[in-house]
Design a protein around this ligand. Structure first.
Ligand code: TRP
Length: 387
């Protein structure tokens, strides 16, 4: 047996949990493996069933980086789901991750316009500020301070192995990694844990961050201990993955991204939408089918019409059949414009009243600060830093 290391040395302790960082690196990578995805999906189904019975067991944390305006991919991929969970009675906290904008770019861009536009889209989509909290994390000092003890619980090698960090570094054209890009999963853990959220609806790409968040919560407990002996300071947060979620592609049939100009933003008007869909990529087969694997671009358009109309894509494709790409595009344009007419009108109304949007953010930040201050107090107590 190794004798306990005297507190005065700087050598790592024999049972130092960080000695296992290479295994954790593997666990982060493994969180996106097929077997792990199956487990996460099974757990998500179980959680959905629990929510239907008792929504009060969960507190949801979700959010977006304001790097651009929200588009229809966000709407069908996450906004609708948030509204559904909020309406099911789950306490929902929606984060505008403004500090996360600068993880992989040199400036903040037109951040204020983007944040206001985001709030307008949230509200127009049905997020209700009297039931859900909407806040920017830059306005919550105690949340950001949590990053400091959390950084003591991770190693640079496990952060370097985080698949999402690696992918984002590659996406920047391999420019040098900043300290913030390397450590932003730790900041994201603070986003989730400052309010002790135990459920995070995410896409697959964010699963390594959630695994890192669980690791941080566990290590905090092992290293710094508890205030209440029966409960760790931080919960183990679950991911909520949606079943068979179809990712909406850009109008060129590849991943939506602002830089490719292939997105339909929620704030675009009917004519702009029509022009974008008119230029959408199709293929040379005149007969329209729904076949996402072999005909991604055409199938994406079919899918877009179908979700907008709340219909089945296979049926929509069959109806068009030999009508060809022209008829498909007319249908998509009509379906999208109709689906978003009310949303667009509401968001325009909201944007015309910036004073109200400011109040929503200020009230959200105030509520978030109450959570964050209480959590930071508990953290300091657990760490014996109350003097
Ligand atoms: N990284 C997330 C994204 O790019 C945004 C985000 C930041 C987030 N903090 C979060 C999502 C906390 C969920 C929980 O989409």
């Amino acid at each position: 047996m190794t004798p306990p290391t005297p507190a005065s040395t700087t050598a790592p302790e024999a049972d130092d949990t960080l000695a296992f960082d290479s295994e954790t690196g593997d666990a982060l990578a493994a969180s996106t493996s097929q077997a792990s995805l199956e487990r996460t999906l099974a757990r998500s189904r179980q959680i959905e069933a629990e929510i239907a019975v008792d929504p009060s067991k969960y507190r949801i944390m979700t959010g977006d980086r304001p790097t651009g305006n929200l588009h229809i991919g966000h709407y069908f991929g996450s906004l609708l789901n948030r509204v559904r969970l909020q309406d099911a009675g789950v306490e929902t906290i929606v984060l505008i991750a403004d500090y996360q904008v600068i993880t992989d770019r040199d400036g903040v861009g037109p951040i204020k316009e983007r944040v206001y536009s985001m709030v307008a889209d949230y509200l127009a989509a049905g997020i209700d500020p009297s039931r859900s909290v909407i806040y920017p994390h830059s306005a919550v000092p105690a949340l950001n301070q949590l990053m400091l003890p959390f950084l003591s619980l991770v190693t640079d090698s496990e952060l370097r192995r985080n698949p999402t960090v690696k992918a984002e570094l590659e996406a920047t054209g391999n420019r040098p990694m900043t300290g913030l890009l390397l450590t932003y999963p730790v900041h994201q853990a603070a986003d989730i844990l400052f309010c002790k959220a135990n459920l995070v609806p995410v896409g697959k790409d964010q699963l390594p961050h959630l695994e890192q968040t669980r690791v941080i919560a566990r290590r905090f407990d092992e290293r710094y201990g508890r205030v209440d002996p029966d409960h760790p300071v931080f919960p183990q947060a679950d991911a909520l993955l949606s079943e068979g979620g179809v990712t909406i592609l850009g109008t060129d049939g590849v991943k939506m991204s602002k830089s490719r100009h292939n997105t339909i933003e929620l704030g675009m008007d009917a004519d702009t939408t029509a022009a974008i869909i008119k230029k959408a990529v199709t293929d040379s087969d005149r007969h329209i089918t729904y076949d996402p694997v072999n005909r991604p671009a055409v199938s994406n358009l079919v899918y877009l019409a179908a979700v907008s109309l709340d219909r089945d894509p296979v049926e929509v494709a069959e109806e068009i059949g030999d009508g060809g790409a022209g008829q498909l595009k007319r249908l998509v344009t009509e379906a999208v414009n109709e689906r978003f007419a009310a949303h667009r009108a509401r968001r325009a109304e909201l944007l015309a009243d910036p004073g109200y949007l400011h109040t929503v953010l200020a009230e959200g930040a105030q509520k978030a600060n109450v959570f964050a201050d209480a959590t930071l107090d508990e953290v300091r107590q657990a760490m014996n830093m109350v003097y």
